[in-house]
Design a protein around this ligand. Structure first.
Ligand code: SAH
Length: 382
C-alpha cells in the first residue's frame, strides 16, 4: 500500500512530505483480539504474541478500525491545515448553526471537531469514535475542561447507543482518498437516518468528484515502465498490477492538459448509500497540444448552510492536502491537439467483497488528428 504514501515528485506543499498515510496498513497493526492491550504494545513492531502479517486473504477491512488508533494518522490530519482550518472556520464563523444545539461528531478521532463545536456554543456534543483514540479523546476533553459538554462514546456508530433520541447537527470528516475510499460516508448516512432531527443539518453537506487529464511521462516511466527491465530482468507482469492501482500523489498544476470536469455531486443531506455507485460521462477538451498519460481525480467539499458558502478543494490547482490527488494511468499515451476531446465514462462501485475498497471502470476514446484510441480499463483502490 506504499502508493498511498505517495511520491514527493512535486514538492508543491508541505504535505507531500507527510510520512503517515490516511490509512495505515503497516504490519505492526494489532489484530482485533488484542484491541484491549496498552499503548506501548500497540506501537511496538516487535510486540510479542500473535503478530499477524497481512496476508493475501486480508483486506483493509481487517485493519480499518485499528488504523486510527495510532496518533500518527491524527497528526497528519490535524497538520493538514486546509482540512482542519476549513472545519474550524466553518464552525467558529457560523455560531448560529451551533448555538444551543445538540451535535453529533461522527468519527471524532482526537475530538478536534467536537472541541470547535463547543467553542461555537453547542449545548452538548456526542463524539463517537471506534478506535483506541477514543480514550485519548476522553482525556483531551477532560484536560481542556469540557467533560460536562462533550461526551465521548467509544464504539462503532452502527453499534452504539446514543443517550439522546435526536441531534440537531451532524458533523464529520469522513472523506477518503478519491473521496470514497474507506467508505465512511455510509456511516454518516446511517447516523443521519437514525438520529438527525427534522430540519437538522449535516456538515459538510456537499461533496463533488472532478476529473482532468495530465502529461506525466517521467513519473509513468518511473512507476510503470520500470517493471519492464529491473536490473536486466523482465518483471513486466507486475506492470499490470501497478497500472490497476490508482496512485495517490500530488500533481503539479502545469501538468494539466485539459479542462477539469465535474463528474458527480453528492448531497450528503439527501443521498442514499446507493448513490455512491455511479457511471458518469466525461468530455475533456485539450487546452494545448500535448501528451496525456493519466487521468486525475480529486474532490471538493462544501458547507452550503453557512452564512456564505464555505469549503475546500483537493484539486491540483489548490493548496495540497493529505488527500493529494488520485492518478489513473492510461495504457496508451494519447497525443492530443488543442481543442480535441477525450471522451468517455467512469464507473465507480464499492468492491463486493470489501465495500471499503473501490472498483473503477474507465472507458475513454479519442478520434483526433494524431491519435485514435478507444479503450476500457479497470482499477482497484485497495
Ligand atoms: N474527526 C477527526 C477524525 C477524522 S478521521 C478529525 O477531523 O480529525 C475519521 C475517524 O472516524 C477515525 O478516527 C476513525 O477511527 C473513525 N471512524 C470510522 N468509521 C467509524 C465508525 N463506523 N464508527 C465510529 N468511528 C468511526
Amino acid at each position: 500500500m506504499d502508493q498511498r504514501k505517495g511520491g514527493d515528485r512535486n514538492a508543491n506543499g508541505g504535505l507531500a512530505e507527510a510520512t503517515a498515510s490516511r490509512l495505515r496498513f503497516d504490519s505492526d497493526e494489532e489484530p482485533e483480539a488484542e484491541e484491549e492491550m496498552g499503548m506501548e504494545v500497540e506501537e511496538s513492531p516487535d510486540a510479542e504474541g500473535e503478530e499477524e502479517v497481512i496476508g493475501s486473504d486480508k483486506t483493509s477491512a481487517d485493519y480499518y478500525f485499528d488504523s486510527y488508533s495510532h496518533f500518527g494518522i491524527h497528526e497528519e490530519m490535524l497538520k493538514d491545515v486546509v482540512r482542519t482550518k476549513s472545519y474550524q472556520n466553518v464552525i467558529t464563523q457560523n455560531g448560529f448553526l451551533f448555538k444551543d444545539k445538540i451535535v453529533l461528531d461522527v468519527g471524532a478521532g482526537t475530538g478536534i471537531l467536537s472541541l470547535f463545536c463547543v467553542k461555537a456554543g453547542a449545548k452538548h456534543v456526542y463524539a463517537i469514535e471506534c478506535s483506541q483514540m477514543a480514550d485519548m479523546a476522553k482525556e483531551i476533553v477532560k484536560a481542556n475542561g469540557y467533560s460536562d459538554v462533550i461526551t465521548v462514546i467509544k464504539g462503532k456508530v452502527e453499534e452504539i447507543e446514543l443517550p439522546v433520541p435526536k441531534v440537531d447537527v451532524i458533523i464529520s470528516e469522513w472523506m477518503g482518498y478519491f473521496l470514497l475510499f474507506e467508505n465512511m460516508l455510509n456511516t454518516v448516512l446511517y447516523a443521519r437516518d437514525k438520529w438527525l432531527a427534522d430540519g437538522g443539518v449535516v456538515l459538510p453537506d456537499k461533496a463533488s468528484l472532478h476529473l482532468t487529464a495530465i502529461e506525466d511521462a517521467e513519473y509513468k516511466e518511473d512507476k510503470i515502465a520500470f517493471w519492464d527491465n529491473v536490473y536486466g530482468f523482465d518483471m513486466s507482469c507486475i506492470k499490470k498490477q501497478a497500472m490497476m492501482e490508482p496512485l495517490v500523489d500530488t500533481v503539479d498544476a502545469n501538468q494539466i492538459v485539459t479542462n477539469c470536469q465535474l463528474l458527480k455531486t453528492m448531497d450528503i443531506s439527501k443521498m442514499t448509500p446507493g448513490d455512491a455507485s455511479f457511471t458518469v460521462p466525461f468530455k475533456l477538451v485539450a487546452e494545448r497540444n500535448d501528451y496525456i498519460h493519466a487521468l486525475v481525480a480529486y474532490f471538493n467539499v462544501s458547507f452550503t448552510k453557512c452564512h456564505k458558502m464555505m469549503g475546500f478543494s483537493t484539486g491540483p490547482r489548490s493548496k495540497a492536502t493529505h488527500w493529494k490527488q488520485t492518478v489513473l494511468y492510461l495504457e496508451d499515451v494519447i497525443t492530443i491537439c488543442q481543442g480535441e476531446t477525450l471522451m468517455g465514462s467512469m464507473t465507480v462501485t464499492p468492491n463486493k467483497k470489501n465495500p471499503r475498497d473501490i472498483d473503477i471502470k474507465l472507458k475513454y476514446s479519442i478520434n483526433g488528428h494524431r491519435c485514435q484510441v478507444s479503450r476500457t480499463q479497470y482499477y482497484k483502490m485497495r
